[in-house]
Design a binder for this molecule. Structure first.
Ligand code: NAP
Length: 465
């Protein structure tokens, strides 16, 4: 069986190495999760909420320690890693407060009875909806937000009364084990949250197990499609949060200064490795030149380097493979005739410079792919219709940001952009209170908000006469 290896992407140093679980260890964890579910599902909301608030407290108290671990293991800047831990605490507090209300039994009295074939009236003295947990849920998670992605799945799942098995990305095993310890320290009973140190190939065994009732995956299209195939075979509910190639549309009435500042942040968040990073900048021709010049100037000024150094703006990419893939996409575009405004070639190690490309041939396949690094693709369009058409021309549909002060344009963009979320005059961001997810090849189902907690529950219709 393989190993899960933690490597500091800034230095290449191996930090830790763990053998992957064997089948017996996997079976023990599934059995424990399943057995614990029988008692955990009956624990009152108030107790689950107290444990989850304790998790939030631990995250807040030790955010510097956890932030450093995240930064060392996958390369994001220390400040952004600490912010990720704080946001993870927020989602725990949010569901700790709101879950009971979201899942409260709903009465639906059917006042207009209808007569059935025998003429008897068909109505209940009591009817409505009761929300119940499903059981053991598998969470397959990515390395790019090693804490946040897990908490936004785990907090609602555990508040609903499910138990959870985490299969984290293979390159962040230390984060994965730390997360398990945090839930234990907060007082959750053993078996409620367990980390499986397994490879992608071992996911099949877990999904196939009768005791596992659902699976959430955040990651690439390939991984999502593979999990969905397995889940289909075994008839399991899934939620998929996959890739994106989010558009960032700028129209003439926009506040250009704010749009440029936000564009830089939106492209470079997490060293450019975020599903909802703005990836394609679709600029109205009236503002394309000044926008490009200003964005290029900002990119030039950014410091690439050690993620633990507070002066650093952009750290390394998380693995050598990611860097190779990003550089391959950039070189393909350059060979096809794209113009490089800044950056455009690796800096050594896992470091890649903030890069801006324009004049991209529309038939170039990379123009429609996700570029998972600090690379902005710029496109120029004549009007809002062309902007929407280009924005919708990828197979993805995760988020979209558009900049205009014209109310009619705003309404059109809200209505016509094919995406799970549309932000006008703001950056696409996840927020525990708002549902988050995609359409098309960006996946299905939702996390966060009320919709997020309803994904892994039995919406049970109850009817009593
Ligand atoms: P990835 O390679 O797909 O890995 C994600 C997770 O899936 C890892 O735990 C990985 O395990 C596992 N996995 C990979 N192949 C699998 C398979 N065939 N069957 C079952 N599990 C499998 O993605 P990544 O490179 O870590 O993350 C980047 C991608 O995630 C990007 O496309 C990004 O847009 C997307 N993402 C989406 C969201 C969202 O909310 N929509 C959020 C963050 C990231 P191993 O590590 O062991 O291979």
């Amino acid at each position: 069986m393989g190993h899960l290896v933690s490597i500091n992407p800034a230095t290449g140093e191996e930090l830790a190495r763990y053998p992957a679980f064997d089948s017996q260890q996997i079976q023990t964890c599934i059995a424990q999760a399943h057995e614990r579910f029988q008692s955990y599902r009956r624990i009152p909301f108030a107790q689950r909420s107290a444990w989850l608030k304790r998790v939030a407290g631990i995250l807040e108290e030790r955010k510097a320690e956890f932030g450093r671990l995240i930064s060392l293991e996958m390369g994001k800047t220390l400040a952004s890693a600490v912010a990720e831990v704080e946001k993870s605490a927020w989602v725990c507090r949010y569901y700790a407060e709101e879950a009971e209300g979201f899942l409260a039994e709903r009465s639906m009295l059917l006042r207009n009875a209808y007569a059935n074939a025998s003429g008897a009236e068909h109505f209940a003295s009591r009817s409505g909806i009761r929300y119940q947990p499903l059981g053991v849920i598998l969470a397959v998670m990515p390395w790019n937000f090693p804490f946040w992605q897990v908490f936004r799945c785990a907090a609602p799942a555990l508040m609903a009364g499910n138990t959870l098995l985490l299969k984290h990305a293979s390159n962040v095993p230390q984060s994965a084990l730390t997360l398990e310890r945090i839930f234990q320290e907060a007082g959750f009973p053993p078996g409620v949250f367990q980390t499986l140190l397994i490879t992608a190939a071992q996911v099949a065994e877990v999904v196939a197990d009768e005791r596992v009732r659902g699976a959430a995956l955040t990651g690439s299209e390939a991984a999502g499609s593979s999990l969905a195939r397995l889940a289909g075979q075994h008839l399991k509910k899934t939620v998929l949060e996959l890739g994106g190639s989010d558009p960032f549309i700028v129209l003439p009435s926009a506040d250009l200064e704010t749009a440029v500042t936000t564009a830089v942040a939106a492209r470079l968040i997490n060293n450019g490795q975020s599903c909802i990073a703005a990836k394609r900048f679709i600029l109205h021709r009236a503002i394309a030149e000044p926008f490009t010049a200003a964005m290029t100037e900002r990119f030039r000024q950014l410091k690439v380097g050690d993620p633990l150094d507070p002066q650093t703006d952009v750290g390394p990419l998380a693995t050598a493979n990611i860097l190779q893939e990003v550089d391959g996409q950039v070189q393909a575009l350059v060979q096809a005739g794209a113009k490089v405004h800044v950056g455009g070639s690796p800096l050594g190690g896992n470091f890649y410079p903030p890069t801006i490309l324009s004049e991209i041939p529309p038939d170039q396949p990379v123009a429609h792919q996700e570029v998972f690094g600090p690379v902005a693709l710029l496109f120029t369009v004549p009007d809002v219709s062309a902007a929407i058409e280009l924005a919708n021309s990828t197979p993805f549909g995760l988020g979209a940001s558009a900049w205009t002060t014209d109310p009619e344009e705003q309404e059109r963009l809200l209505e016509e952009l094919e995406a799970g979320s549309v932000f006008i005059n703001g950056m696409v961001k996840s927020d525990p209170r708002l549902p988050f997810g995609g359409i098309k090849r960006s996946g299905y189902g939702r996390e966060l908000g009320r919709e997020g907690i309803l994904e892994f529950v039995n919406v049970k219709t109850i009817w009593v006469k």
